[in-house]
Design a protein. Sequence first.
Length: 372
Amino acid sequence: MQIELVSDKRRLDEFIRLPWKVYRDYPNWVPPLISEVRFVLGNKNPFFEHAEAAYFMARDAGRIIGRNAAIIDHNYNNFQKEKTGFFGFFECMPNRPDAAAALMDAAASWLAARGMNRMLGPMNPSTNDECGFLLDGFDMPPMIMMPYTPPCYLEFMERCGMRKAKDLFAYLSLIKDQISKSERLERINRAVRSKIPGLVVRSADMNNFKSELEKVKDIYNSAWGGNWGFVPMTDKEIEAMAKRLKPLIVPELLIIAEINGDPAAFFMAVPDYNQVLSRMGGRLFPFGFMKFLWYSRKITDIRVMTLGVKGEYRKKGLEGLLYLESFKAAMKKGYVHAEMSWVLEDNVLMQRGCELMGGRLYKKYRLYEKDI
């Protein structure tokens, strides 16, 4: 077995395609779009304007059996005042713990050689993207932009001397059950509105998407600043993510709250396009696009991706109000379930909001760390 550094396009293609081998016996795994993975790993991703990475592969008798990335996000370290490097995009054949250990050692050595004293992950490539290994909930496929990994990865991490850094929670709610209880929720709704003069809650205006994006940026930087693992996204990163997400957005599920004209909170849910991607085999062209259009009409669930409230407007009931408005809109659109993810294990306020909307904790993810 050898560990090699990805140094050309051919090896990068091998790196990208390895999961199709790893997950061939895992029916709940959802293949990502290959073009999307290429973008995330490539230089066109604005993340790499302030970050650097090395991609490693484990090869045995010419066959790729594992992969890992070592990542340094200089913005993260400057903001958190740390010297932390990430590992990410980890995949390994289930019967090769030796390859897993060698890949983790390769990432740790690369990070340590560049002055890092801690390794954290998996980050793919940051907390603003997919992150974590699946800890609980293997019996159901993941929703859009959430990972699915085999149970053996947890054992691999323990063997490598990694320790728990943080757990992330996902809640699942049956939308119609909450709407059937809407009399109680509507009372809360009216009480919140009566206590906040100048409050306006509305769906996003997609005809003025650029202006709406500026409001989202304003709320985002204020709302998440104190969260564990937070790193501000640059304007280019937010714009790139918005460009990628815009075709997936249902305007009624992107809700903005303003108080006397000041952006106060926003809520965004998107249809679970993993129900479409599971049928496409990672390719949008030449025939995947037709499948995408056809199966997009059959999506039954949504994922609540973000709910942010500026610090000065917290604990006023805006969280529940935004949930209620979104669930009412989702019900009208015919959606059945809502996943609320991810939520930090110690973010009790957000957990209570998920429970208020009938969410049950149904998946957990774990991030690991190690001193290097």
